[in-house]
Design a protein around this ligand. Sequence first.
Ligand SMILES: Cc1cc2nc3c(=O)[nH]c(=O)nc-3n(C[C@H](O)[C@H](O)[C@H](O)COP(=O)(O)O)c2cc1C
Length: 651
Amino acid sequence: MVRKFPNLSKPITLGRVTFKNRMFSAPMGGTDITNDGCIGPKSVGFYELRAKGGAGAVTISECMVHPATDGSHAYHLDESILNSLACATYAADAIRRHGAIPSLELSHSGMFAGTYMTDKSKQKSMHQWGPSDTVRADGVPVKALTKEMIAEIVASYGHVAGLAKRAGFEMLMVHGGHGWLINQFLSPLFNHRTDEYGGSLENRCRLAIEVLKAVREAVGPFFPIEFRMSGSEFVEDGYGLDEGVRIAQMIEPYVDLIHVSAGTYQKTFGITHPSMFTDHGRNVFLAAEIKKHVSKPVATIGGLNDPAQMEEIIASGKADIVYMGRALLADPFLPNKVMANKDEDIVRCLRCFTCMAERAATSTRRCTVNPLIGRECEGDVIYPAPEKKKVLVAGGGPGGLYAAYTAAKRGHQVILCEKEAQLGGILKSEQALPFKYEMYQLSLTYAKMAREAGAEIRLNTEVTKEYVENEAPDALIIAVGSEPLVPPIPGLKGDNVVVVNNYYLEKDKVGDEVVVMGGGLAGCECAIHLAMEGKKVNLVEMRDMLAPDANVRHRPLMLKRMEELSDNLTILTGHKALKVTSEGVVCENPQGEEVLVAGPSVICALGQRSRTNVVNELYDTAPFVRVIGDASRVSTITNAVYWGYHAALDI
Ligand SMILES: Cc1cc2nc3c(=O)[nH]c(=O)nc-3n(C[C@H](O)[C@H](O)[C@H](O)COP(=O)(O)O)c2cc1C
């Protein structure tokens, strides 16, 4: 066959190992780790899914090499722990049996030990070891590693590498980036040593090289070793791309692949994990520059999810391999789809950070667009239902569409009714915000999936009690969503007011000076967009805090974006709206005074409420009824999709 993406689909050999394509799965922590540091079955399922989806290599995330001086990435490989080697072997096996190469990332978090602990207060009772004595920004003291300790850590890299090879891993990634221990030694920001491990670049690279030599000694000459580095730290007093190039040149003799990532976890999170406010592939230039100065293969990463862009990266010689993290959570089958010329079926990552925020919130993983993530052991195959039923889905938002797709895949006769002329529900409004366009596209992708699975879609069709009784389905999934809250504030129904959900339809009504009422997620993101368009925006919010509904990873990046736009965007928290006039919104300020917040155009973003009246009307109309998404509780797309998927499986 003629492959549409021949470069991405081409095998590559590193050491003596051949990888079936150039699309590798980046390390992303599995969260099921047993109390004694073994990789649990749910994590194995998490990694296996990406192997099944066709990635050339799947990297198991940070294996802590020296627990005595670390304590962040709880998973480790230690033959004194019953089951440790066995679990690693099962994990490597699960990847290998789908034709992907299992790789293990070896890591030490150094002065940031404890970062991933759910109970952060425990960090204070640990010892944090780094290149130099210091006190972290959060007040945790850091002690400088002695040379004896460095030697012990280096030896432990070798020891763990040997165990990993024994377990069946066929590549090892030494983590030298993102602000962890090896990066801390490379970085002039963190490393203030005056011995042979500090000062000159040669000295700062010493630890990395000693580690790589120890790993090489343990695994032999033909076993691929990869060094993950930040091409630039992107922080003041850290190293930039010039030094990144020199670091790559210094470690080149000891590795088979140079993996160029960016930034540090602690200081430039939104660069290491490019957010929706940045370009896809914003870090590719780092790999491209390094590649000009080395002869070993180079990998790139960062916000990549578009096969055409990734193909171009390899075709034009900017890198030899593309790594993906979040894109393979959104759609683990992306590599298989690329190889099969089915790129149009890819479910794209939204860069919404649900994946990373869920870890912080619940110590598990989820993905907004993929209900299986973190729950892979429940099985990724949608099996045919034993008995075919007639299923009616009321509502064509993301939850309803995913439910329709899943039910149709199971062989049920599915009818999805949407009362509006267009599918997508609340996601329709995202088409007006370029940085959220992929969220709108998600509804198109889900609609395509539902149609191709055999669901019949009826637009402009409102589901009423009579409608259901007439159709007489065996199962009804109520996914009618929510409606905007428009409280009885005088003037809020005026002609100068646009409800945020309708902005995509009425954007011409919005002039150059705008008041956005409501500093929840929707209001903040709309304000960002309007400010990016050059409008003068006043954002008023009654509470003291903006967007408490945003997840813990997205929120700080969103607030930072708002700060960057502060020439055009004024934030007024603690302001209670009293009335809307043709000149703006009259508010009560925190001092209890009435003030006019100017802006003849007004956006109303005051929240959503469930369409409970519709739910109540439909509840007793079919033998099986399930209410999902916002119709059940105003919530996230993540929940809507997850509940929709499971509603369809339960029929
Ligand atoms: C859920 C999640 C977990 C991650 N865990 C790790 C990890 O354990 N080790 C690591 O080196 N990077 C980790 N990363 C960073 C990714 O490997 C990758 O560098 C980053 O997400 C940027 O790639 P992307 O834009 O394709 O997601 C993680 C990223 C995500 C999204």
